[in-house]
Write a protein that binds this ligand. Structure first.
Ligand SMILES: NC(=O)c1ccc[n+]([C@@H]2O[C@H](COP(=O)([O-])OP(=O)(O)OC[C@H]3O[C@@H](n4cnc5c(N)ncnc54)[C@H](O)[C@@H]3O)[C@@H](O)[C@H]2O)c1
Length: 245
């Protein structure tokens, strides 16, 4: 039997990278998926591709910082599929700049999407889960939520926040059958890396290569499925050994 048979999953940042690969794996495992992203073209294309293969997949355009649009995501999910079982809370942006050059508006935008947005979508999911029989949240943090690095203070602060938000929500709802865990990727080969020198990132990783989004998707499946049924408030780090250094 497939690991997510009949489950309904909302995936933010679902149009690209880790979110898109997770959507593909989730539908293979029997889930119905709601892709959420600001990138309408890529989101619609992936939803059409999955639907043409026989999967139940829809795309909803939303900014995770826009409460009206986030509410719309949950309304459309309920009207289309009748319930929500899983939230993969994964949308995020990077910001690489020395701190003395970072405009306060850039700080606020990064912390906004990468931390406030994670809380907002998690809160809406929890409201649904409390009316049902529980649910599962997987938040995408980063290895940079566990260790510091120069040049990305806003991102690192936000991701550290996601890890402790994960622990706090897990404890708050542990008795309500709601599990909340975090994924901490290392350097993964997705568009978020932008112009960053990939060779330099590989060289700084003990395994001497970037991670693949497909490798992250398998970990998300573990965290979202019954395979991790006794795990909550925790982080799963997939970083080629980076944080073991
Ligand atoms: N790739 C890496 O090296 C790496 C490492 C650690 C953590 N992460 C995290 O993984 C997550 C997924 O990133 P990815 O690597 O797949 O990158 P990606 O750029 O391929 O995907 C991120 C997606 O999030 C969407 N998005 C951005 N802001 C949004 C918003 N306000 N509302 C809705 N959607 C929004 C983008 O449009 C994009 O489709 C992010 O949270 C990122 O911080 C990535």
């Amino acid at each position: 039997m497939a690991k997510l048979d009949g489950q309904v999953a909302i995936i933010t940042g679902g149009a690209s990278g880790i979110g898109a690969e997770t959507a593909k794996l989730f539908v293979q495992e029997g889930a119905k998926v709601v892709l959420v992203d600001m990138d309408e073209a890529k989101g619609n294309a992936l939803a059409s591709e999955l639907s043409s293969q026989g999967a139940d997949a829809i795309f909803v355009t939303a900014d995770v910082l826009n409460e009206v649009q986030v509410n719309d995501v949950f309304s459309k999910t309920i009207s289309e599929f009748g319930k929500v079982d899983i939230l993969f809370n994964n949308a995020g942006i990077g910001a690489v700049k020395p701190s003395e050059q970072l405009d306060f508006s850039e700080w606020r935008k990064t912390v906004g999407v990468d931390l406030d947005g994670v809380f907002l979508v998690a809160q809406k999911a929890i409201k649904q889960f409390l009316q049902a029989d529980g649910g599962v949240i997987v938040n995408t943090a980063s290895m940079y939520g566990l260790v510091g690095s120069p040049g990305s203070a806003a991102y690192n602060a936000a991701k550290g926040g996601v890890i402790n938000l994960t622990r706090s929500l897990a404890l708050e709802y542990a008795e309500r059958n709601i599990r909340v865990n975090a994924l901490c990727p290392g350097f993964i080969d997705t568009p978020i890396l932008g112009e960053t020198d990939r060779q330099m990132l590989s060289d700084s990783t003990p395994m001497k290569r970037l991670g693949k989004p497909e490798e992250m998707a398998k970990a998300v499946l573990f965290l979202a499925s019954e395979d991790s049924s006794y795990m909550t408030g925790n982080t799963l780090t997939l970083d080629g050994g980076y944080t073991a250094q």
